[in-house]
Ligand binder design. Structure first.
Ligand code: NAD
Ligand code: TYD
Length: 343
């Protein structure tokens, strides 16, 4: 079987293709990635050149390129991770989010139609549901929750989800969609909360917590997400949406304190800074459908996952130090330079 993984040089895509090559050693894995700021070929060092693995640098928005690739490879499965994925960047400049997340997904869907690809899977996010109030811990997102995206990022992901489901209904394209909560683990780009806090703490730099720090996210170890997608590909029904969640909600401030503790760094590094515009208060996902219908469960506890993640960043300093010493410095200055510390 040939599995085409888009965005495989990014955080979850890379973890997914490592997972897949291990779990399904007889399969061919083809990775297509444009290598934007978030894609890193060094992440794939362990598999580059290995038989049964091919890397192609290409933009999923390039219809000609995608057609050529589908003609050559005739994938049995396409798993679409390729996306612009950072909310703060989407607030700063939405256009590329529409381009990659919507038009890129459309280009892949059309290639799948033309080459009659047996299965397309769209990797989506719980952020398409908007947010939940902090004072209603009883509420969670189900697959029936209406889409109510808050940021340009989540709006572009919601648009892509709708397009995938429309292709399924209109053209009979065999597609599934999964909506996952916040992931963490090895190879996550240090613009996201957990790796940013680890990298800053290791450099004794301030730990910028937005607003009150009371916003809540539900954290899932990346390997559990990869296994959930595998389960959906094996047993999920085309046309269906599946929520994936870690069942581990945490306030941001508690998470940042936990990271300080794990690294032996003082909490005095924590600096409250101006809030994100439109900042979603709480995400909480009900993954009962995936658990009951397909038998998936998260396997890595948060305690185990965060320890493993911190260890990975300690043992792979060159991976993230190379990133934070490059273009990232301009990003950091732009995003955090004029964010006044509130305390
Ligand atoms: P990431 O930003 O780390 O990686 C994205 C990858 O896509 C990069 O390698 C980048 O080079 C590539 N890419 C971007 N534009 C491209 C284009 N036009 N053509 C080809 N490749 C392109 O993102 P991630 O955190 O690994 O997220 C992967 C997917 O999972 C995204 O679709 C995201 O919406 C979704 N998701 C992420 C999370 C999370 O917590 N990180 C949670 C739920 C869902
Ligand atoms: P992030 O990792 O960007 O994921 P998302 O916004 O997609 O959930 O942020 C997670 C939470 O952490 C979110 O509530 C915003 C907050 N946050 C900070 O407080 N400081 C930061 O520097 C970053 C990047 C995020």
């Amino acid at each position: 079987m040939t599995v085409l993984v888009t965005g495989g040089a990014g955080f979850i895509g890379a973890n997914f293709l490592f997972y897949w090559l291990k779990a399904h050693p007889g399969d061919r894995v083809v990775c297509v990635d444009r290598l934007t700021y978030a894609g890193n070929l060094s992440t794939l060092a362990a598999v580059l050149g290995r038989p049964g693995f091919r890397f192609i640098r290409a933009d999923i928005c390039c219809r000609e390129g995608m057609e050529r690739l589908f003609r050559e490879e005739r994938p049995d499965v396409v798993v679409n991770f390729a996306a612009e994925s950072h909310v703060d960047r989407s607030i700063d400049g939405p256009e590329v989010f529409l381009q990659t997340n919507v038009m890129g997904t459309a280009a892949l869907l059309d290639a799948c139609r033309k080459y009659e690809t047996p299965r397309f899977h769209q990797v989506s996010t719980d952020e398409v549901y908007g947010d939940l109030p902090l004072e209603r811990p009883d509420l969670r997102f189900t697959e029936e929750t209406p889409l109510q995206a808050s940021s340009p990022y989540s709006a572009s992901k919601a648009a892509a989800d709708l397009l995938v489901l429309a292709y399924c209904r209109t053209y009979g394209l065999p597609a599934t969609v999964s909506r996952c909560s916040n992931n963490y683990g090895p190879f996550q780009f240090p613009e996201k909360l957990i790796p940013l806090m680890i990298a800053n703490a290791l450099q004794d730099k301030p730990l910028p917590v937005y607003g009150t720090g009371r916003n809540v996210r539900d954290w899932l170890y990346v390997e559990d997400h990869c296994r959930a997608i595998d389960v959906i590909l094996q047993r999920g029904r085309p046309g269906e949406v599946y929520n994936i969640g870690g069942n581990h909600e945490m306030e941001n401030i508690a998470l940042v304190r936990r990271i300080c503790q794990e690294l032996g760094k003082p909490e005095s590094l924590i600096a409250y800074v101006a809030d994100r515009k439109g900042h979603d208060l709480r995400y909480a996902i009900d993954s009962g459908k995936l658990q009951q219908e397909l038998g998936w469960q998260p396997e890595t506890s948060f305690e185990e996952g965060i320890r493993r993640t911190v260890r990975w960043y300690l043992e792979n300093r060159s991976w993230w130090e190379e990133i934070v010493s490059g273009e990232y410095r301009d990003y950091y200055q732009k995003m955090y330079g004029d964010r006044q510390a509130l305390s």
